[in-house]
Design a protein around this ligand. Structure first.
Ligand SMILES: NC(=O)c1ccc[n+]([C@@H]2O[C@H](COP(=O)([O-])OP(=O)(O)OC[C@H]3O[C@@H](n4cnc5c(N)ncnc54)[C@H](OP(=O)(O)O)[C@@H]3O)[C@@H](O)[C@H]2O)c1
Length: 240
């Protein structure tokens, strides 16, 4: 069974991704600080196939151990989904330095370090898939999300160069750029802001976690074998 490490697999997009991958027959190691009811239900539905790794991914010193643990419970890493992220908003001039650091540490440093350790396992196997969660904000911009936007643009730059670096080893590296999706991360936007996103979207609705999960499964599977260095937008036409 191919082993996939999914960061932030206990809620929102990550939980949908973990479910989608488990249904496709992957072994899933879901990393986050704590378990959730949704994740426990998934692990119960897929005994021995979906496992939790407890880790604070903003602690750089522990990132190698996360990959080591994923390998020890599920074998060589076939896939890495760098999904965990913070969505802290605020006017830049008012943001505390610690908030800026926290965003950069979880949204940029952690995915880069996890990829660094996971790619070693992929190099040995001669195959692998890395999927980095970006956002449409990386390219559209949004007032109050300058630091978040910077971290999500960083994921695109990282994706493109790493794809060039590891392509000859049989490893693909892609980014997914979701539009607004209802999760804990976006609850701060409020009903009015949410309605505005719906009105402006070509399809007049929001993308859902399952849409991002299906894109992840596609890139992870046979259909994604010749796609690398790409950014796949899943936004119900918000940026069409
Ligand atoms: N929702 C959207 O509209 C949207 C749009 C575009 C892009 N995205 C991106 O998609 C990704 C997932 O977003 P989401 O909306 O699903 O977020 P979410 O519902 O807030 O879930 C975040 C996940 O990350 C984990 N996490 C948070 N801090 C962590 C830490 N320090 N260490 C380890 N795990 C941590 C959480 O578990 P614990 O709290 O237990 O650690 C949880 O499993 C993010 O990268 C986000 O930027 C989201």
């Amino acid at each position: 069974m191919r082993n996939v490490l999914v960061s932030g697999a206990t809620r929102g997009l990550g939980l949908a991704i973990a479910r989608g991958l488990a249904e496709q027959g992957y072994h899933v190691c879901g990393a986050s600080r704590k378990r959730s009811e949704g994740f426990d239900a998934l692990a119960e539905a897929f005994p021995g196939q979906v496992l939790h790794i407890a880790a604070d991914l903003s602690d750089m010193g522990g990132l190698r151990d996360v990959v080591v643990e994923a390998k020890s419970v599920g074998g060589p890493i076939y896939g890495l989904v760098n999904n965990a992220g913070l969505g802290t908003d605020g006017l830049l001039s008012n943001m505390h330095a610690s908030q800026i650091e926290a965003l950069i540490s979880l949204n940029v440093t952690a995915p880069i370090m996890l990829a660094k350790y996971a790619v070693r396992s992929m190099m040995t196997s001669g195959e692998g898939r890395i999927i980095n969660m970006s956002s449409i904000i990386a390219t559209t911009g949004y007032s109050g999300l300058s630091v978040y936007g910077a971290t999500k643009s960083a994921m695109i730059g990282f994706t493109k160069s790493l794809a060039r670096e590891v392509g000859r080893l049989g490893v693909t590296v892609n980014a997914i750029a979701p539009g607004f999706v209802d999760t804990d991360l976006t609850e701060g936007l409020g009903a009015e802001g949410r309605d505005q996103v719906v009105r402006r979207a070509a399809l007049r609705r929001l993308a859902e976690p399952v849409d991002v999960a299906q894109m992840t499964c596609f890139l992870m599977g046979e259909g994604g074998r010749n796609i690398t260095g790409a950014v796949m937008t899943v936004d119900a036409g918000a940026t069409a």
